[in-house]
Design a protein around this ligand. Sequence first.
Ligand SMILES: Cc1cc2nc3c(=O)[nH]c(=O)nc-3n(C[C@H](O)[C@H](O)[C@H](O)COP(=O)(O)OP(=O)(O)OC[C@H]3O[C@@H](n4cnc5c(N)ncnc54)[C@H](O)[C@@H]3O)c2cc1C
Length: 280
Amino acid sequence: MKLLQNEPLRHHTTMGVGGNARMFAYPETFDEFLMLLKERYFIIGRGSNLIFTDNNFDGTVISLEKCFNALSFEQIDSKRKLVKVGGGVSLKRLLRECVREGLHGLEFLWGVPGSVGGACHTNTGAFGSSFLEYIKEIQIVNQDDKGIKSLKREDIIFSDRVGVKSVIVIDALLILERGESEERLSEFRKWRRGHQPIDKKTAGCIFKNPPGDYAGRLIEKVGLKGERIGDAGISEKHANFIVNFGKATFRDILSLIEMMSEKVFEMFGVKLELEVEIVG
Ligand SMILES: Cc1cc2nc3c(=O)[nH]c(=O)nc-3n(C[C@H](O)[C@H](O)[C@H](O)COP(=O)(O)OP(=O)(O)OC[C@H]3O[C@@H](n4cnc5c(N)ncnc54)[C@H](O)[C@@H]3O)c2cc1C
């Protein structure tokens, strides 16, 4: 298996910051994967919801993209197909293949640079839909006892941006219906390109939307759009995104996050909750 020593984590996250991992591993078989779980580890998807601190990670960061990367379709009836997809598959590939199969439902994932495993963990959502709504079952490895089991949809407790915790998702089964997706795809593509800095280094939305409001709106109202600390800046396009303009450090980003949260609390009394995960 491919093992990288003292690997900069900034190369593995969309935000592009972080210290080094003592080891970064791409297991290729199930046995290799299980072996890596014996020591301290962290499972990474595409690193698109993560901000690693500048500290080094004293353990192994494990990518599942080489061992859980299968994708197949099975007809259920004239209207529906069962999609079996590995936890390491990118959402981009999943969406592309589903559209090719004439299935619709996942168009809301256009432009989300994550993986199936990451989407199950965070219950990735947009435009009123979320990933776990489409799940029939997931195959998981329990982080505590390393046992493998299946979780049926009714066993999974999920809500807005809250998905499965303390488990490693190795496979997911989704049920999708036949249907045209081009119109919704082009609508969502246009919206994302117009409203989010998707061509820049970011970790997506920093904060969850508070009930009945938008974190971006509140941050904009306190006048922080465009604010910069070092090479980190609050996006001019969407105030809930922090952009790494070059050599931003974790410290720069954290200072901006604290500023956003404090100012919004001062002015609106709203406590913003992080959507991104800070690790390390
Ligand atoms: C430009 C941009 C747009 C975005 N738009 C959206 C959006 O519209 N909606 C939204 O919800 N999010 C959005 N995001 C955030 C992010 O892309 C999603 O949360 C994504 O699904 C995370 O997947 P990932 O593979 O990158 O996970 P990572 O960031 O790598 O990891 C996130 C968490 O998932 C865990 N994890 C990863 N793989 C597994 C696995 N196999 N089993 C169990 N746990 C696992 C990790 O340990 C970590 O705790 C956006 C991000 C960017 C950069």
